[in-house]
Design a protein around this ligand. Structure first.
Ligand code: AP5
Length: 213
């Protein structure tokens, strides 16, 4: 199964990705996580680091290469879930070409999580992530347990959040119709408890009550 999660920053892609991947037994492939890992290990080019921290999008070629290398790893043989990729039509075209070159597999569904902008801002500014486990928390809605080693993302500062939301709005103008025309796009209300949102996603893709592959 190949799933794609799209949606604005803070829509809950990372949160839903973890829940869906556990259900279907497929890996989560998040370009944002891969880039942050490269940042931590000091291998992310300085020009990309600056773009990321300020809330801009990296050039298409920088992320397409990451996906090409990751999707051929053995744990992807039964499928995967893409979180945060593709974000532009050139990235979506590159993904189609990549899948065609990897034995003709196809995307099963593209899920768009819809959340209104004021709530997105509130979610992002109060987000914290546990450095060790990668678990995502919210200081109000899902407070971290005592002892968690918390990280506040550089791009969750208010000015970077505004830039990321603007970049998403500009990008989706073209990407969503691209998948709508292919009859792959499922729009899901991303407001509510994470489990409720997962339930909506599973119903939207025709897998209600799905317990795994
Ligand atoms: P990326 O890491 O992909 O960030 P993003 O798209 O901005 O999305 P976020 O991770 O901020 O939010 P999310 O939707 O995953 O929400 P989450 O589940 O954490 O990308 C970061 C940067 O990398 C980009 O800006 C760009 O520079 C670069 N990049 C990455 N991919 C790229 C690409 N393809 N092309 C070019 N550049 C690329 O939830 C957010 C908060 O809300 C959390 O606190 C969570 O606890 C809370 N929450 C989640 N769900 C709920 C709920 N149902 N109810 C209440 N609270 C909730």
């Amino acid at each position: 199964m190949i799933l794609v999660l799209v949606g604005p920053p803070g829509a809950g892609k990372g949160t839903q990705a973890k829940l869906l991947c556990a259900r279907f037994g497929i890996p989560q492939i998040s370009t944002g996580d891969m880039l942050r890992e490269a940042k931590r290990s000091g291998t992310l080019e300085k020009r990309y680091l600056d773009i990321m921290d300020s809330g801009g999008l990296l050039p298409d070629e920088a992320v397409i290469g990451l996906i090409a290398r990751r999707t051929v790893e053995p744990d992807c043989s039964n499928g995967f879930l893409l979180d945060g990729f593709p974000r532009t039509v050139p990235q979506a075209d590159a993904l189609d070409e990549l899948l065609a070159s990897q034995g003709g597999t196809r995307i099963d569904a593209v899920i768009q999580l819809d959340v209104a902008r004021p709530l997105l801002e509130e979610r992002l500014i109060h987000r914290r992530t546990d450095k060790r486990s990668g678990q995502i928390y919210h200081l109000v809605y899902n407070p971290p347990p005592p002892g968690a080693e918390l990280e506040h993302r550089a791009d969750d500062r208010p000015e970077a959040v505004a830039k990321r939301l603007d970049a998403y709005e500009a990008m989706t103008a073209a990407l969503l119709p691209f998948y709508e025309q292919k009859n792959l796009l499922h729009r899901v209300d991303g407001v509510g408890k994470p489990d409720e949102v997962t339930h909506r996603v599973l119903s939207a893709i025709g897998r209600p009550g799905s317990g795994g592959e």
